[in-house]
Design a protein around this ligand. Structure first.
Ligand code: NAG
Ligand code: NAG
Ligand code: NAG
Length: 382
């Protein structure tokens, strides 16, 4: 009796003071940036990664498809979110999937002078723009199997960056998922040592390079997809090679990968198909609302797919994201990473609230379902 009175009082106190009981798990969200920073709720993600800067073989930084002035103004607008949530971390991501950069990474990482220059340029950049860290998105070391030295030089690059960046700055890397990629590109135990965290890109696991439809974020293998190209096998492989749970952030996707069916009547997983479009969740949800896509739930791989005519797309929605977020908690991983803020329904065009894919993941991973940030998400969704 006394205990229950005490508990009730404690709960009332918690409710009244709106305590923000964040867990120690993190959610890193990439920002392209295709939407204004002002659209991003400052409590949605614990880290926002501006994507991307480029680099030169000598270790210089480049602005890729934007001007320096645009990049600086984007960074200022996203750093301004910290006025509302001072704990929010803003980091700079370098690279991304960019085939012309493949030989540039390889040359930079193979030269001690260029690696040092790259690390010092990044340190100057994060200081100049009041950022909290650096995220290395070299996609991928030993890309096509012809530069085996990349595997060691990537580890050396991470060690160099950690030696140059003072400890208050985070150092992370996004790495490709799946046994084939892990074998080609990474010395797993070694890269985990200098890293604050390693983001495992558990998406793009199936796509246009294959002759059959597949869910690019399939959770488990199934009789229709009996390979290890799935999220669980990718995570377990990294753990078995010496990756540490607390530093492993699991990839989550707010987009789908499409196929063109050979025969509209054969529209399941594993159906004969060729390449199709990448589709943002905000496009998919509009087509579902307009009944120009039909959703099907795959109960073994725990993902939805949708089709119309010869268009077929495997994607993520609230239901599949909730399974993945719970997996991150149950496996005791350090957190999740989202590619990408811009592809979620950030402006609530579909009527399920703003960021209907990322919020459930944030609620489970970051907030433990219990306490929500004072700047609420759109509660009409739950
Ligand atoms: C790059 O990797 C290769 C293979 O491990 C190694 O021999 C070489 O010394 C590395 N380059 C540098 C500059 O460290
Ligand atoms: C990856 O490497 C392991 C260990 O060497 C090997 O057993 C496995 O077949 C490889 N997998 C792929 C897909 O390359
Ligand atoms: C929340 O969602 C409802 C229903 O779709 C919408 O009418 C409302 O404008 C949204 N509110 C905000 C703050 O986004």
């Amino acid at each position: 009796m006394k205990l229950s009175i005490f508990l009730s009082a404690a709960l009332l106190f918690l409710a009244a003071s709106n305590v923000q009981a964040q867990t120690n798990r993190r959610l890193l969200c990439y920002w392209m940036p295709g939407i204004p920073a002002s659209h991003i709720n400052p409590w949605l993600c614990t880290h926002i990664a501006y994507s991307f800067l480029g680099l030169t073989a000598q270790g210089g930084l480049t602005f890729l498809w934007r001007s320096e002035a645009e990049v600086v103004s984007h960074l200022q607008s996203v750093v301004a979110l910290k006025a509302q949530n001072p704990a929010l971390q803003i980091i700079i991501a370098v690279g991304g999937y960019n085939v012309p950069l493949v030989p540039v990474w390889s040359a930079m990482a193979a030269s001690a002078a260029a690696r040092n220059s790259f690390a010092n340029n990044l340190l100057a950049f994060v200081r100049q723009h009041n950022l909290n860290g650096v995220d290395i998105d070299w996609e991928f070391p030993n890309y096509d199997g012809t530069a085996p030295q990349d595997r060691d030089n990537f580890s050396i690059l991470m060690e160099t960056l950690r030696a140059v960046l003072p400890s208050e700055y985070s150092l992370s890397a996004a790495i490709g998922a799946g046994a084939w990629r892990t074998n080609l590109s990474y010395d797993i135990p070694r890269i985990f040592v200098p890293a604050t965290w390693i983001g495992l890109m558990t998406y793009d696991l199936h796509g246009s390079w294959e002759p059959r439809t597949g869910l690019h974020t399939a959770m488990y293998r199934s009789s229709l997809d009996p390979t290890d190209q799935n999220v669980d096998a990718s995570v377990q492989l990294v753990l078995s090679r010496g990756g540490t749970r607390d530093k492993l952030y699991m990839g989550l996707a707010s987009y789908g990968i499409g196929f063109t069916l050979d025969n509209a009547a054969l529209n399941g997983v594993g159906a004969p198909a060729s390449g199709g479009p990448f589709m943002a969740y905000n496009q998919i949800c509009q087509r579902l609302n307009a009944n120009t896509l039909t959703r099907v739930w795959e109960p073994t791989q725990l993902c939805p797919y949708a089709f119309q005519g010869t268009l077929w797309v495997g994607y993520e929605d609230r239901e599949s994201i909730i399974y993945k977020a719970n997996y991150i908690v149950n496996q005791n991983l350090g957190g999740g990473l989202f590619w990408v803020l811009d592809d979620d329904d950030h402006s609530n065009v579909c009527g399920h609230g703003n960021f209907p894919i990322i919020w459930p993941a944030s609620d489970i991973i970051v907030w433990g379902w219990r306490t929500r940030p004072s700047m609420q998400r759109n509660t009409t969704f739950v």
